[in-house]
Design a protein around this ligand. Structure first.
Ligand code: AMP
Length: 488
């Protein structure tokens, strides 16, 4: 997961980067960081914690310059050690470089081994550092950044949306399958590239377009330049971004996420109607889905649980009693909406089953008569290797239990997951252009011993179009732990 942003803005980079990261906080709560450049020095501040905890006005004022990148992290690879907090910063042949990444490389270990065999040392356990090393290595050979990034993109396998600050320019690129999102916007005095359109909204900017799968863009004070580096025969946008991960008010690859979730709710009603007193969401992840179910069924939408939005990160509680108290603080049932009622309860997904079991327990204690659970994704049966934090098969409740067994385990009166076909229809992108690995166990690229589905084998044979060798210049691209603060 993770959220990334890059900005070139004549009005100054650090405050817009902060606002953009704030808007992307849902993509990662473990750490946050910003790096900027003022024409001479690179300034950086990064730390474990939420954006609001990591930065204050003084810190932001100290991050000088009109160009910068930022990152919020949700670790999928690389442990939660301070060294792994991004952006990574380094100097190379008098150039100041910062790099941040959302995604997961599947050939990271192999690439790292190749470097280590040549005596290269690494300071982190993240695949992002491998990307930085490839670019530096290729740049060393050719003295041409454009060529270095192009070769790097061709060496990487897996999911990657990357922002890189190299002196006064921001470079951004997206993997040829477009697995993780990335989009471009216009700000008052410059341009921004970021994981989701909500970050552009937070800056009062204008959404321009998505970065195309396989595209490399360079943002300078003059505008945006673009180059298609690699083109696959199809795409593999992560379906889970639409189900759960992205913010509902984001537009990703041309689809407003809220609308997708409403359509999922409608499909859930069509597939599994039930007579009930009300439709309630699991806050907040099931809200848009529940709105769709209520609209389609004519059953009233009424919230049954309230979430305390000010809890911040919950501690790992030492005892079961403490953990139960934390859950009660976080989610409180509205008893008058529940007593003797029959409720359609809607959530986006069931992963381990812990959340659904807990919530059903809470509303049963509040006197609900029937709980009809409707889930906005098919059963999750396989891990994600491409950037979403999913547990191992052994921890996934649906990996070895059938629907009836899961229903009984979470204590619901009835349980229905949306079918894959209906979910794909709701997203509105053809199935062959979506990654559904966590739902089917079939991945868009070969991953160890996992299955690469025949439908997607075309991707393995994908041809890298060597690309135009020059950028198309166009400022209007629609046409085409302890904190680490210092200067280097
Ligand atoms: P679980 O208790 O493991 O079944 O978690 C399911 C809940 O976690 C759902 O309500 C989702 O909103 C949320 N969720 C789904 N996927 C993830 C994820 N990869 N990381 C964190 N939370 C998730």
């Amino acid at each position: 997961m993770c959220g990334i942003v890059g900005i070139v803005d004549a009005g100054g980079a650090s405050f817009p980067l902060y606002y953009a990261l704030y808007a992307l906080q849902h993509r990662g709560q473990e750490s946050a960081g910003i790096s900027t450049f003022d024409g001479r020095l690179l300034y950086k501040h990064k730390e474990q914690g939420l954006v609001s905890e990591v930065f204050n006005k003084e810190v932001l004022r100290s991050l000088a310059g009109t160009v910068g990148i930022g990152h919020v992290r949700y670790p999928t690879t690389g442990s939660k050690i301070p060294e792994n907090v991004q952006p990574f910063n380094f100097t190379f042949r008098n150039h100041k470089v910062a790099i941040a990444h959302n995604g997961n490389l599947v050939n990271s270990q192999q690439l790292r081994d190749e470097f280590e065999a040549r005596g290269q040392i690494f300071c982190t356990t993240c695949d992002t550092e491998v990307i930085g090393n490839i670019i530096a290595d290729e740049f060393r050979k050719s003295e041409d950044v454009l060529e270095a990034v192009q070769i790097c993109m061709q060496k990487l396998k897996g999911s990657y949306s990357v922002v890189m600050m190299l002196d006064s320019d921001v470079w951004a690129f997206r993997d040829p399958l477009g697995i993780r999102p990335l989009c471009l916007g216009k700000t008052d005095h410059g341009h921004v590239v970021c994981s989701e359109s909500v970050a552009i909204d937070a800056l009062g900017g204008t959404f321009l377009r998505d970065v195309r799968p396989g595209e490399l863009v360079r943002i300078t004070s003059e505008g945006i330049e673009s180059l298609m580096v690699a083109e696959a025969s199809h795409k593999a946008h992560c379906i889970f971004e639409y189900v759960y991960f992205a913010r509902a008010d984001s537009v990703i690859d041309g689809r407003l996420v809220y609308d997708v979730r409403r359509r999922i709710g409608k499909a859930l009603f069509e597939e599994a109607p039930v007579a009930a007193d009300q439709v309630s969401p699991v806050p907040d992840s099931g809200t848009a889905h529940a709105a769709g179910y209520a609209e389609a069924s004519g059953i009233r939408f009424l919230e049954s649980l309230m979430k305390n939005r000010y809890m911040g990160r919950t501690f790992i509680m030492p005892t079961q009693k403490d953990r139960e108290a934390a859950v009660r603080m976080k989610l409180n049932p509205i008893r008058n909406h529940l007593r003797d009622r029959s409720v359609v309860l809607i959530d986006d997904s069931i992963v381990r089953g812990t959340t659904s079991r807990r919530i059903i327990n809470i509303i049963r204690e509040a006197g609900v008569r029937e709980v009809h659970m409707r889930i906005g994704s098919p059963a999750i049966k396989a891990p994600c290797y491409l950037g979403v934090d999913m547990p191992t098969r052994a921890e996934l409740i649906a990996s070895d239990l059938n629907n009836e067994e899961v229903r009984s385990s979470i204590g619901a009166t009835s349980l229905h997951h949306i079918t894959l076909d209906a979910l794909i229809d709701a997203v509105g992108i053809p199935g062959e252009d979506l990654c559904t690995g966590c739902l089917t166990g079939e991945y868009p690229i070969p991953i160890g011993t996992e299955c690469c589905c025949p439908r997607l084998m075309r991707c393995v044979a994908r041809t890298y179009q060597s690309g135009l060798d020059t950028f198309s210049k166009d400022a209007s691209p629609v046409e085409k732990s302890p904190s680490d603060t210092s200067r280097i």
